[in-house]
Write a protein that binds this ligand. Structure first.
Ligand SMILES: O=C(O)C(=O)C[C@H](O)[C@H](O)COP(=O)(O)O
Length: 211
């Protein structure tokens, strides 16, 4: 028995939706994480888009260990080790370059490389990554695209992210090669700014009920 979320495949099983979260204020990190958890979500991707992101990951890892915290928007090789040191338990990248794949592999953390083409997916698979983020999902072909990829590449599993909503998520979740979807809708900027954790909890509960 392994700890849940210790492999990429297990990450996709934690919750039907992986919340993609942008935190502007480090004080929001723990309340947001707790609200997601109360709603029944067990995973969070904190994007490294803001200066407080690494500190936020550190706080969530220390204070809300029941929620599996990962680092998203990892776009530079140097981010990978920073995310590891902050306590991230997995890494997500919007796209994949050789340097990024190498840097993330060196952390030993579970990794969801971002891909948007079949060639990128095959290249990642050649390196042992068969669980992938499909980004930007809606813009790059959405559900029909993933259905088409399943024919030749049934061994790949995806977390589609980008433009997905609570309304469109079920169509993705019904696909055999989708484990979960990613989305930012669980943590709206205005709810965070207002400290409206109940709204986050309710959005999380609706997302958790999708599977
Ligand atoms: O930051 C990253 O690493 C990304 O890959 C981008 C995010 O996954 C999308 O920004 C998701 O956001 P929505 O489309 O609003 O659900």
């Amino acid at each position: 028995m392994t700890t849940p979320g210790t492999s990429p495949a297990e990450l996709l099983e934690l919750s039907p939706v992986m919340p993609v979260v942008v935190l502007d204020d480090v004080e929001h990190a723990v309340p947001v994480a707790q609200a997601l958890l109360r709603g029944g979500i067990r995973v969070i991707e904190v994007t490294l888009r803001t200066p407080v992101a690494l500190a936020a990951i550190e706080r969530i890892a220390a204070s809300v260990p029941e929620l599996v915290v990962g680092a998203g928007t990892v776009t530079a090789p140097g981010h990978a080790k920073q995310a590891l040191d902050a306590g991230a338990r997995f890494i997500v990248t919007p796209g994949s370059t050789d340097a990024l794949l190498d840097a993330v592999a060196a952390t030993g953390l579970p990794y969801l490389p971002g891909v948007s083409t079949v060639a990128e997916a095959m290249r990642a698979a050649e390196r042992g990554c068969t669980v992938l983020k499909f980004f930007p999902a809606e813009a790059a072909g959405g559900v029909p695209y993933l259905k088409s990829v399943y024919g030749p590449l049934p061994g790949l599993r995806f977390c589609p992210t980008g433009g997905i909503t609570v309304e469109s998520a079920p169509k993705y979740l019904a696909l055999p090669n989708v484990g979960c979807v990613g989305g930012s809708w669980l943590t709206p900027k205005d709810a965070l700014a207002a400290g409206d954790w109940k709204r986050v909890e309710d959005l999380a509960a609706a997302a958790a009920a999708l599977r």
